[in-house]
Every structure is written in C-alpha cells, then in structure tokens.
Design a protein around this ligand. Structure first.
Ligand code: SAH
Length: 274
C-alpha cells in the first residue's frame, strides 16, 4: 500500500484539520509577526525545527503538542518524508497544526515541498511569511542590502553547492553593484571565493559573515573576499555570508552591536559600583 493510502486508511473520519506553515524569523522573538504569534498560541500541535529559537519556543502554550524535527538521537535530521507524514497524520486527526520554521518558510525552507505533500489529502493550509535571515541579519548588522550608492539589486543564494555540479550563473553573480547573500555557505567559502574571482569579482570586495544574527549572540565578522575562508573558519552556524560594498556600511550603522555593547558596559558598571 502507498504511504499516503496507509495514512488515509488509519485516519478516522473526524473533521479534517489544517496546516499552517509559519515563518519564525531569524531568532529575535520580537521579529515574529503578530499573525505568527496568534496561530502559534492557538495550535493543537507545533512541528518545529532546529532554527526556531528558545525564546520563541518559550511562547508556545502548554496545551499544544510539541514535535521537534530538528535532530534525532544520533544527530540526524528527521527525513523530509517523515516530516511530511507527520503533517498529514496530525491534520487528518482533525488538529490545527503549525509547522514552524526558521526565517521564511518559502526561502530555502522546503515549505513548498511540505505543502505539496498535503495536496493528495485535500488538507487545507495557510502560509504565514517570516522575516528571512537575509533581512533580519542585515538589518541587525547595519547592512542595507540595497543602497543607491552601492547596490541596485540583491540575490539570495544557497551555499549547498555540489562542487562541479552547481547550476549557478557565477558570471551574473560577479557583476558590479549587486549584493550577494549566501545561506548555508560557511563550508563552501573557498568555492565561493574561487568562482567569484574567476568570473571577475575583485578579491578586495568587502564581505561580512553574520553569525546567530538578531540574537544577543550575534557576531559580525567583516573583511574582504580574499579573507572569506579565514572568516568562515572563525564563524559558527547558523551564519550568513554577505558579499558587496554595502557591507562596509556596517561600521557606522551597526546599531544593534552598539546597543548590546552599551548594555554590557552598564552591566559591568553595576557589577563594579553596585
Ligand atoms: N528559511 C530560512 C533559511 C533556512 S536555511 C530563512 O528564511 O531564513 C538555513 C540557513 O539560514 C543557515 O545555514 C544560515 O545561513 C541562515 N540563517 C538562519 N538563521 C540565521 C541567523 N539567525 N543568523 C545567521 N544566519 C541564519
């Protein structure tokens, strides 16, 4: 019997539920949308993954059933098919299911695949967009992704590149006045450097790597394309690589860093002087 038939056969003819695919944003709970917060708090079941921050998990209501699909014992991710099956199973049991993902579910989030899995069962669904890591991290690092003096366009690219097999148009990425944002790119920094410079981008192009953006642990490492490997080695996941002259603006516009620095300063003063 086909997996989908099995699930259907197991389901009782109760009123069918619904799946709401929700973006949790990049980490700071204040970046959840009002709608995301509302549906999270009304959910019967929340299926969430690794990139959903602890502060957001703290907003879940105790009555919701929580299912973590980030890492299983042994550190393997739950296979996508199994996540799809969970969504179907819980919705067919009549539940209001929130599928919560980091950032925006439609940006490198497999949100589309999960919704397609619902179609054969006629399970109703909704999508609540989230702030994607590129917008959130750039905003908190003081890097405007476009700027009339620096970049007229911006592109989001996955760093999950299979060497030699990628379909990326590197020539178009290497063009001037264009900001590049690589998701999942830390392990591919040398490929990125090599390809971009081979297609004409200067090795002195400014870059930034933002680690754990929008959280109190955020770190922004800046340098030039030539130094991308050294910076990537110093950064921990999740991290985003931004390439382009807009990254230089971080020096003056990094409001979040300044705020956390001054908080640390105040805390140190309280410790010292009571
Ligand atoms: N759907 C998500 C992206 C999932 S892919 C979104 O829209 O943001 C996972 C990648 O996102 C990570 O490898 C990292 O490159 C990036 N990312 C997510 N959260 C991040 C954060 N808080 N800081 C830096 N990068 C982040």
């Amino acid at each position: 019997m086909h997996t989908s038939d099995t699930l259907y056969a197991l389901s009782t003819p109760t009123k069918i539920g619904k799946v709401i695919l929700v973006g949790a944003g990049p980490g700071d709970p204040d970046l959840l949308t009002v709608k995301a917060l509302r549906v999270i708090q009304q959910a019967d079941a929340i299926i969430y993954d690794r990139l959903v921050s602890d502060e957001i998990i703290a907003l879940f209501r105790p009555h919701s059933q929580l299912i973590f699909v980030g890492k299983q014992a042994g550190n393997h991710c739950v296979p996508q098919q199994q996540i799809n099956n969970l969504l179907v199973e819980h919705a067919l049991a009549g539940k209001q299911v929130v599928r919560l993902k980091g950032g925006d579910p439609f940006i490198f989030g497999r949100g589309g695949e999960e919704l397609e899995a619902l179609l054969p069962f006629n399970i109703p669904f909704e999508v609540v967009p989230g702030i994607t890591a590129a917008s959130g991290c750039a905003a908190y690092a003081g890097i405007p992704l476009t700027h009339r003096d620096h970049a007229q366009s911006v592109q989001f690219i996955t760093g999950h590149l299979k060497q030699g097999q990628d379909q990326i148009d590197w020539l178009s990425l290497a063009r001037a006045k264009h900001t590049l944002v690589f998701y999942m790119g830390l392990n591919q920094s040398s490929v990125i450097r090599h390809k971009l410079s081979a297609y004409g981008m200067s090795l002195t192009t400014p870059i930034a790597i933002i680690e754990r953006g929008t959280t109190i642990h955020q770190r922004v490492l800046t340098g030039e394309l030539a130094q991308i490997d050294i910076l990537a080695q110093q950064a921990a996941s999740p991290a985003l690589i931004i390439i382009g002259s807009v990254t230089q603006l971080s020096q003056q516009l990094n409001w979040f860093q300044q705020q956390t620095d001054s908080m640390t300063h105040i805390e140190q003063c309280i410790e010292l002087y009571g």
